[in-house]
Design a protein around this ligand. Sequence first.
Ligand code: ADP
Length: 462
Amino acid sequence: MTIWAKITLWFSALMIVIFAIMFSLIFVINRYVLYTDVKETLQTAVDSNTEEVEYTDDFESEDVEPGDHYILYGDGYLEIDDDFVQERRGVYTVLMDQKGRIIYGKPPVDIPLSDSEGVQIQMVGGEKYYVYHVRLTGENLKGLVLQGFVNEDASETILGRMVELTLLIVPVLVLTAIIGGYILAGTFLRPIREMTITAESINDGADLSRRIELKKGRDDLHQLAYSFNRMMDRLERAFENQRHFTSDVSHELRTPVSAILAQTELTLARDRTPEEYKKDLQLIQRQGGYMKRLVNGMLQYSRLERMEMLSEKEEVDLSQLVEMVSEEQMLNSQKGITLSYEAEPGLVIRGNTEMLIRLLTNLISNGYQYGKENGSIHVSLYKEDDRICIRVRDDGIGMEAHETDQIFHRFYQADAARSSQKHSMGLGLSMVAEIARLHHAEILVESEKGRGSEFLVIFKKN
Ligand code: ADP
């Protein structure tokens, strides 16, 4: 079952329970109110009728009031005023003698007289009645009783209608709850649905550029969609990198492989002297050596990508790192080049030590590689405003202005370097650029042909 269906179901169930509790409460309260109301009406009707019964033994015909009733009683008459209400809103009142015989009133049912006080419930002919008796206390009226009663139906009918109405309304409300739940759940879960569709379409078509469209909002699901998109950015970048790398590497490997194949074909085409064989084998060995360095470079590169995936970042003391790498590089001194360094103490950034060592090592070894005989390399580490900078300057062969834009591309080598440097591979600076990017650092280069180059790596303070 989908989350959507589950939420709809739970929401509807909850709403139904709430409705049920609400209606039961309303029913109970109404029942109570109605019952009290009926009792009150009954009591008021009977109590006010007591005022309308009088006794008279001094009866003159001219005293007769039209509308009043006169009933022979004892030695005189009972005078029932015309305000005496026999029936109103289902409440009947009858006048009885002490034996329960009806003196006045035409009730639809005969309810036996009882001694009880207050409103009672009596069953007559299978029906329920609220009955109320009042004994008359006036002069000569003793022994007379006013009996009031009302069929319970009066209140039950109202309640019955209420139940009927409820039974009509409840399905509508339940349906509204289900539709409401469905729409609400759908709205809340839209980012998840979009995520699923996007993930599916990436899966089906391997289109890594697809992203979840982010609407306004800052809830957890939007956060999840945002994280998903960021993850996809990273995956896409890694995948693109991998793809370019593979195509670059295959391209680079093709040259030595073709050279080896061509060379062997040429050599095998006819018999040769041992010297010729030796020369040809040396050629093949050189190409093999080149391939070996290429493979090593590739390994280093993929190691870098693995490190990126793991994001191993820690506090790195750049001051110590510059000192350590410079001291180490001094030992490899080539061409009589002097390496010097100065590092402001205590400059720390968050980063990956291994990557940062590689960055500095690559820059310094390029300084040696493209340096002049007896030249110099100077490394400095300093803080400027809220930025930390590493500068590596040499007075070597330098570059043309247009080359400085290219050197960070993989396998790019300036012509001069390509022809003069047997060991160059064109991978070093692309790794430096990648490491700088992973540390959110900027890298600048200034160079002049024949005068030297300066590389500046700027870390924003974190
Ligand atoms: P590689 O040194 O293996 O060729 P890099 O990526 O380190 O590869 O450098 C790319 C190119 O940039 C080099 O071939 C070279 O032409 C140029 N380059 C790099 N560093 C320097 C430098 N310090 N001085 C002059 N040219 C440089």
